[in-house]
Design a protein around this ligand. Structure first.
Ligand code: 13P
Length: 252
């Protein structure tokens, strides 16, 4: 049985000060919650302070991006060991905004995933189709390529501890979320491919989150699908109250 996971992706919102006060509030609000894992991904400058503020609570901190090299002349980049040292335990990789705005590819996702695993970070690998791809009936083929190329070389054991996030690009920040049936179909397909390519046990342990306009009032239906193991939440994670409502709504 997979434990649900709700992750908040702050994107480029909240200062260090705002993040620390948010984590303090969330710690209080979520102190009785043990049935759902909670992750917060603040901006890079706030990762260390967020991890300190989370302390020994159950809130895990994630980076939103990582470089695949340990160190080097890569101006503006941060490595996996650096993120780990700053207190992150997770890292989001290949978010659609990084793919579309910053040229990330399945190949860079693959290198980043291996770097994260080597550093002891849990990768949250994002996949998902654009509206044009959905309209052209390419959704499942796109997901197949993103999984196959993005996770190339990963072992079943590594997959078991990993997190995938299915985020249809057309549902991100648009208020238009996939219907539970659309999400369910994609998630069932992803689970089937993981089983085929990594084996039964790893495919049953890897958590697959849904992302795209998740709100307190739609998490219940989404999490109702057996292959949806939680959510990657953007806008609605920025307020601790609505994030908490989503966390509470994610209990299976
Ligand atoms: P929204 O929840 O704002 O649609 O963002 C989803 C997302 O991109 C999470 O990574």
């Amino acid at each position: 049985m997979r434990k649900p996971l709700i992750a908040g992706n702050f994107k480029m919102f909240k200062t260090v000060h705002e993040t620390v006060s948010y984590i303090g509030e969330l710690r209080q609000l979520a102190r009785d919650i043990s049935a759902v894992d909670i992750v917060v991904a603040p901006t890079m400058t706030a990762v260390h302070a967020a991890a300190e503020a989370a302390g020994d609570s159950a809130i895990g901190i994630a980076g939103q991006n990582v470089h695949w090299e340990r160190e080097g002349a890569f101006t503006g980049e941060v490595s996996a060991p650096m993120l780990r040292e700053a207190g992150a335990r997770f890292v989001i990789i290949g978010h659609s905004e990084r793919r579309t705005l910053f040229g990330e590819t399945n190949d860079s996702v693959n290198k980043k995933t291996h770097a994260a695993l080597t550093a002891g970070l849990v990768p949250i690998v994002c996949i998902g189709e654009t509206l044009a791809q959905r309209d052209a009936n390419e959704t499942l083929a796109v997901l197949d390529r993103q999984i196959k190329e993005g996770l190339d070389g990963c072992t079943g054991e590594q997959l078991s501890g990993m997190v995938l996030a299915y985020e249809p690009v057309w549902a991100i920040g648009t208020g238009r979320n996939a219907t539970p049936a659309q999400a369910g179909e994609a998630h069932a397909h992803i689970r089937q491919r993981l089983k085929q390519w990594f084996g039964l046990d790893p495919s049953e342990q890897c958590r697959v989150l849904y992302g795209g306009s998740v709100k307190p009032d739609n998490i219940g239906k989404l999490i109702g699908h057996q292959d949806v193991d939680g959510a990657l939440v953007g806008g609605a994670s920025l307020d601790p109250g609505s994030f908490l409502a989503i966390i509470r709504g994610a209990t299976k």
